[in-house]
Design a protein around this ligand. Structure first.
Ligand SMILES: [Zn+2]
Length: 361
């Protein structure tokens, strides 16, 4: 991985210390510093002013941007204070931190999936090792957010099926549980240009934190669109989309739509769901929400939504489950995905067991 720093003209002592520590740990792990312009690097550490965050303008979608912001220690749950900094700076990951008067470093990491967790280590070197251990799997994962729309949906599917009717109803039920919050009005936080850039980079238009999908046949499944009010989904080839596969040659999801339709992008999690439906033919439907159920197994790395690696981690967890076709798995620092034969079955098992707060570690 080629990494680079974009720290501005007069980096603060904290930023210089971060640069030194990050540079050393990146080298220790075999990565190469790109001197000079950060354009084209795989990973860019970008200085962000916490009071006035400005985005790093990626030239390529594949660039993973880590925002570095300094400030006073936030309150008990830092999300409300730190999430807007992540969004405004269009970072894939935010490191917000400082030093105690004793000199000891502290920092929180914040992710687009609403993850936030503190970095702890007994020494300076180990502290940067811990930052690296948390950061590297995220920065090297492979996002699949492009959609290729083919106007080849069979006429008998243009109005949907019993399954899309059930998806519409399940979304309404979940909406009534208040599990699809939109905690930050992203379109309002960002100006139009930055909002377009965010959509381009993350494939999201207003984080709606959840999705529904259901198998159509052996290799195809229906899935809700990205960035829509899940309580109001309902139109096939617009906000309910038939995914027919993943095309690695163009790194895009292939989607069948009716001729002349105006589809929204499918949920960024389509690549994970595709992998799971392929590996587990007995799974009929899945619901993903940013909430938690006690006592469930969980992935150990919080890969970003919409990456091949997240899909692999979920599939591995399901492979270990005695009943992958009817279970609930946790996504670390993120939420849950429940599988089942159909939506009514999943909803019946979730009802009364879901709690809105995802544990963070
Ligand atoms: Zn999610």
């Amino acid at each position: 991985m080629r990494y680079s720093f974009a720290l501005g003209d007069q980096p603060s002592p904290w930023l210089l210390g971060m640069r030194e520590g990050l540079d050393a740990v990146m080298r220790r792990n075999g990565h190469e510093l790109q001197e000079g312009s950060p354009v084209g690097a795989d990973l860019v550490f970008h200085a962000v002013a916490a009071e006035r965050p400005r985005p790093f303008r990626r030239q390529a979608k594949a660039t993973f941007v880590v925002g570095l912001a300094e400030g006073p220690r936030p309150s008990a749950d830092p999300l409300g204070q730190l999430y807007p900094i992540l969004v405004r700076s269009l970072s894939n990951l935010l490191i917000y931190g400082g030093r105690e008067p004793s000199g000891e470093r502290w920092a929180y990491m914040v992710t687009p999936e609403l993850g936030r967790y503190a970095i702890h280590a007994p020494s300076e070197t180990l502290w940067f090792d811990e930052v690296y251990r948390r950061l590297a799997p995220l920065a090297t994962s492979h996002l699949v957010i492009d959609n290729q729309f083919d106007e080849d949906l069979e006429p008998e599917l243009w109005q949907g099926t019993r399954v899309t009717d059930q998806m519409r109803e399940a979304a309404r039920v979940l909406d009534s549980w208040n599990l699809f919050p939109a905690p930050y009005p992203i379109a309002e936080i960002l100006g139009p240009d930055d909002y377009r850039h965010l959509r381009h980079v993350f494939g999201i238009g207003g984080l709606s934190y959840g999705n529904l999908s259901a198998r159509h046949d052996r290799h195809r499944f229906w899935m809700s669109a990205s960035g829509v009010d899940k309580g109001k989904i309902g139109t096939v080839s617009r906000d309910i989309l038939l995914v027919k596969g993943y095309d690695p040659s163009i790194r895009a999801m292939r989607i069948s739509v009716a001729p002349g339709s105006h589809p929204l992008r499918v949920s960024v999690d389509a690549v994970e769901h595709w992998g799971i439906y392929e590996a587990h033919p007995e799974i009929g439907a899945m619901i993903h929400i940013h909430a938690w159920v006690d006592g469930i197994p969980s992935t150990s790395v919080n890969y970003p939504c919409g990456t091949v690696e997240m899909g692999q981690a979920m599939t591995e967890l399901l492979n270990q489950d005695p009943h992958p076709e009817r279970t609930i798995i946790g996504l670390k620092n993120h939420g849950i995905t429940a599988t089942g034969p159909d939506f009514p079955d999943i909803l019946a098992r979730l009802e009364g067991r879901v709690r809105p707060t995802v544990p963070m570690s």
